[in-house]
Write a protein that binds this ligand. Structure first.
Ligand code: C2E
Ligand code: MG
Ligand code: MG
Ligand code: MG
Length: 275
């Protein structure tokens, strides 16, 4: 077979690998162009108090609107941006846009917190804290109105991550752990983390209305968060039954298509004013 011949020292052409790296190269070039040509847009997804249906904040989610290909989801280009390092430049742009926009909404009387996602690469970039505080200064947004969403993956480098998060919190910025429960040993380290909010991953919400294990997990997360004086929010709520099950298990805050999809700026403004 091809495989056994390969072991005898021949290098074989693997068409799938070749296609992948070619796609990456094309994507990298397109990403660079996209930054220059401002093809990125920030959408905002409401965060709600589940019981009162009150708006409590919004998550900034980047969209790439390519002139020929249309909307490209972040799941496709963020990993490439991370691998190539372009995430540093793109991430700074995203943060500035979100802070600038929230400052505008603040000035119009809407006291809402904006949450911005940071990838692992950004957490470990040297000047992150400096960059974030500089952008707050430039845009005039008070740090209390900014939250950064990070994932558990950064706690593989526990000490380094903890130092960065502490500096951010000392600057008055809030920290949320995104996709909680999917990553690295969640429960064992949670007590020592400098975070304000736990965001329960959508995988526990999907079946919560008919799965007792998901209910038990959510209830346990809420209990632990309460005792550590952390907030909890559930992501990916699509159904009334899921919202109800969350409330029954003590989860007050939520986000998901049930309330609203991520919205373009103008549509979010409409949501703000017309609820
Ligand atoms: P995430 O931060 O966990 O964001 C939640 C994702 O779930 C978003 O997908 C959102 O549109 C989607 N979502 C929200 N509610 C529902 C729902 O009820 N049902 C379903 N099925 N999906 C829902 P999106 O916008 O495609 O983003 C995917 C991931 O890409 C994000 O996951 C985040 O990890 C990353 N990402 C998005 N924007 C940024 C950004 O500005 N910077 C960085 N570094 N990463 C970003
Ligand atoms: Mg997020
Ligand atoms: Mg998430
Ligand atoms: Mg998620």
């Amino acid at each position: 077979s091809v495989k056994s011949q390969g072991r005898n020292g021949y290098a074989f052409f693997d068409p799938t690998m070749e296609a992948k790296s070619l796609e990456r190269i094309l994507m990298e070039n397109e990403l660079r162009k996209a930054i220059e040509q401002e093809q990125f847009h920030i959408y905002y997804q409401p965060k709600m108090d589940i019981a009162t249906q009150q708006l409590t904040g919004m998550e900034a989610l980047v969209r790439w609107i390519h002139p020929e290909l249309g909307v490209i989801s972040p799941g496709r280009f963020i990993p490439v941006a991370e691998e190539t390092g372009l995430i540093v430049e793109l991430g700074e742009w995203i943060l500035r846009e979100a802070c600038k926009q929230n400052k505008k909404w603040q000035d119009e009387g809407h006291q809402l917190k904006v949450s911005v996602n940071l990838s692992a690469r950004q957490i470990f970039q040297k000047d992150l804290v400096e960059m974030v505080t500089r952008i707050l200064g430039e845009t005039g947004l008070a740090p209390a109105w900014l939250e950064l969403e990070i994932t558990e993956s950064i706690f593989v480098k526990m000490e380094e991550a903890t130092v960065v998060l502490k500096q951010l919190r000392d600057a008055g910025i809030q920290i949320s752990i995104d996709d909680f429960g999917t990553g690295y040993s969640s429960f064992s380290y949670i007590k020592s983390l400098p975070v304000d909010t736990i965001k329960i991953d959508a995988s526990f919400i999907r079946d919560i209305h008919h799965n007792q294990e998901s209910q038990a997990i959510v209830k346990a997360i809420v209990t632990i968060a309460d005792s550590l004086q952390m907030n909890v929010i559930a992501e990916g709520i699509e159904l009334d039954d899921q919202a109800e099950a969350l409330q029954q298990n003590g989860c007050v805050h939520g986000q998901g298509y049930l309330f609203s999809k991520p919205l373009a700026t103008a549509d979010f403004e409409h949501f703000l004013l017309n609820r």
